[in-house]
Design a protein around this ligand. Structure first.
Ligand SMILES: [Zn+2]
Length: 421
């Protein structure tokens, strides 16, 4: 048996098992007793409901990953990709077009297969817990818009990468890296202005008591208020959130309408100060730079595998039919574990950023209790897991568990005011 096929199957099974172990540990870490910090916002019933929600979503996630591995392994072993390659070669005779067809079938096919799962998750699980606000119309439009974006943005990028590798061979990875870095920066800038408004309405924060409170704070911190928006998150879900996005003129802090509905003006301002912390501490910039370095490494390693006969053979493709487009897809399977490891590092850094942003909020706005209450309400409204297993946190949490954030904020308070404060 081909060594690359063995490696790829081992990677797929390994990643599946890693997810399974994490899920099992996470669910087994459920504790019946309500953490004392949450006694004022949760009752026994509702806390139980949050744990049931965790069980239901975990079960469904496991079902989805099981189905996908059961489908994918025979697809690889029995030459599914070879068949797709034959289809692409029959339809087109230019390598770029063949590549767009080959990758297009994989992406669109994958999206279509995912639809029933997405329907079940949105209209059954989320509905059962009272979260779902998505209408069938919004659901269909979301899929259509996403596919359209993939075609408008993804296809030209794919064509460009294929062109570089066809034209420049050895040095192509460097050109790909430079071009994709430029595109990534442009997209990060444009996303809040052009792409995100395709899915949601963003309205500058209206005149109200909240605006006064935020304005007073923002003036003190020299932050331009025109960067604060509300978003109609209620169009899809009753869950609430806030985030910081974009840079330069496109930078903005976004508060979900569902958040504004449920929190006091002090809590909302504390959350906004947290988001401002992400901006002031240049977290987005750090993330962009990290991902630029990562993509450079990825393109370089990719260039080493594009002419590897063994890798193509693993997918049933003979040496005379080796193509750049198929090479990119096959390389994706080999790269998956590296991606997982990079993801773990990205999460470690993101969790560190969250503590920094919490600290920024407390240091500049000063209302520790409002920040703690905001976090508590967010957890309750979203039925978040209060006691995730440390392994799950290590593997996949971009934010620290809420109890640890509360503990860190309380420690800041002690530091700032002394034990009596
Ligand atoms: Zn944050």
């Amino acid at each position: 048996m081909n060594i690359y096929l063995i490696i790829i199957l081992a990677i797929l099974v390994g990643q599946y098992l890693l997810g399974l172990i994490s899920d099992l540990l996470n669910v087994s870490n459920i504790q019946e007793e309500l953490p004392k910090e949450f006694k004022d916002v949760y009752d026994k019933e509702k806390y139980k409901k949050s744990q049931q929600y965790l069980k239901d979503t975990t079960k469904f996630g496991l079902f989805t990953s099981t189905v996908s591995i059961i489908f994918l392994i025979p697809f690889i072993v029995f030459g599914g990709f070879r068949y797709l390659d034959i289809v692409a070669r029959t339809i087109a005779n230019n390598q770029i077009l063949q590549g767009l067809i080959f990758v297009g079938i994989i992406v669109i096919g994958g999206t279509l297969i995912g639809i029933p799962f997405s329907i079940y998750s949105t209209f059954h699980i989320e509905e059962k817990y009272g979260f779902n606000k998505t209408t069938p119309k919004t659901f269909v439009l979301d899929i259509a818009k996403t596919l359209l974006l993939v075609i408008i943005i993804g296809a030209p990028i794919m064509a460009l990468v294929l062109w570089f590798f066809m034209k420049f061979q050895g040095i192509a990875w460097l050109y790909c890296w430079i071009a994709l870095t430029v595109i990534q920066i442009i997209l990060t800038f444009l996303a809040p202005i052009i792409i995100m408004p395709l899915f949601n309405k963003f309205i500058p924060l209206q005149e109200c008591e909240l605006k006064d409170e935020i304005e007073t704070y923002a003036n003190k911190e020299n932050f331009k208020m025109k960067g604060v928006f509300t978003m109609d998150g209620s169009k899809r879900s009753s869950k609430s959130n806030a985030f910081f996005t974009g840079f330069g003129k496109s930078r903005r802090i976004v508060l979900f309408d569902t958040l504004i509905e449920k929190q006091t003006k002090e809590e909302l301002t504390a959350v906004l100060a947290h988001e401002m912390g992400h901006y002031q501490k240049k977290h987005i910039l750090k993330m962009i730079i990290t991902s630029i370095i990562e993509s450079g490494i990825m393109f370089y390693i990719l260039s080493l595998f594009l002419k590897n006969e063994g890798l193509f053979h693993a997918f049933g493709i003979s040496p005379e039919h080796m193509s750049i487009y198929a090479g990119i897809v096959f390389f994706g399977f080999l790269y998956a574990p590296i991606n997982t490891i990079l993801g773990i590092f990205a999460n470690i850094s993101s969790r560190k950023h969250e503590y920094e942003a919490d600290k920024f909020s407390v240091d500049t706005y000063g209302h520790e209790d409002a920040m703690i209450n905001a976090l508590k309400k967010l957890s309750v409204d979203n039925l978040s897991n209060l006691t995730p297993h440390p392994f799950t946190v290590f593997l996949s949490y971009s934010h620290p568990p809420v109890l640890e954030r509360i503990k860190a904020i309380k420690q800041l308070k002690i530091k700032n005011y002394g034990l009596c404060g």
